[in-house]
Ligand binder design. Structure first.
Ligand code: DX5
Ligand code: ZN
Length: 229
């Protein structure tokens, strides 16, 4: 673990292993030990047009990871499948609002199973219907690309969602983590931090870097410099 500036404590960096080498997964999670969590993208080829892995792989990553697992489910029928991921003992389970018929019941179930409950919103999904429900969640993930693939361009037009969520969380008086995922890199992370994000997923910006640890430290510093809280 590399030493952290205490002022950087308010932001979290979570590299996405979607951009890791799947044949060297243990090595690649060990390389990001200085990050706050490993972001694990589960895709079912139905909710998104891409396929990654399921609970067996998540369990295997958890066995070798030096840091907590942040599981991002891009799967249909989250009501049915998400609790199984929480049962693995992971730190956080994110399901998509668009894939659940009862997000509050599902979040309660995830929390009951001991994981943090997180709800994700695709770029086209408005935030307003969820504002009164925020105390039911530990985190909201605002997608800054269409989910499915790494390496896409950051959608700056999602920033109003973050501002709305940050204001609503303050109104509720809750410690809601605001996560962004998609196109987060040195030139975009400050924009998201300034809008209220405090938890940052980065795939290609970390694993595409020659020095992975330095990339994490640079992202952390850039986010902390712009973080509004
Ligand atoms: C995309 C995934 C992301 C992806 C981000 O659907 O949810 O977690 O790994 O990759 P980058 O950071 O390269 O945009
Ligand atoms: Zn993701």
């Amino acid at each position: 673990m590399s030493p952290r500036d205490p002022q950087d404590g308010a932001v979290r960096i979570q590299p996405s292993i979607l951009s890791a080498d799947f044949a060297n997964m243990q090595r690649d999670v060990e390389r990001i030990a200085s990050a706050d969590g490993v972001h694990v993208d589960v895709m079912d080829n139905h909710f998104v047009p891409n396929l990654t892995f399921g609970p067996q792989m998540v369990e295997a990553v958890q066995r070798v990871s030096p840091i907590p697992l942040d599981v991002h489910l891009m799967i249909e029928d989250a009501d049915r499948w998400a609790p199984g991921y929480a049962e693995l003992g992971v730190f956080s389970v994110t399901f998509h609002a668009e894939a659940s018929t009862d997000p509050v019941a599902l979040a309660r179930r995830i929390r009951h199973l001991g994981a943090r409950a997180s709800i994700a919103l695709k770029p086209g999904t408005p935030v307003e219907p969820y504002l009164e429900l925020l105390p039911e969640f530990d985190q909201v993930l605002v997608m800054t690309v269409e989910p499915g693939f790494g390496g896409q361009s950051f959608m700056a037009d999602m920033m109003p969602k973050l501002r709305t969520l940050r204001a609503a969380a303050e109104r509720h008086g809750i410690d809601l983590w605001l996560q962004v995922d998609g196109g987060i890199a040195l030139d975009t992370i400050g924009i998201a931090a300034e809008a209220g994000a405090d938890t940052f997923v980065a795939g290609s910006a970390v694993y595409g870097a020659a020095d992975v640890e330095a990339a994490i430290a640079e992202l952390r510093a850039a986010a902390a410099a712009s973080h509004a809280h």
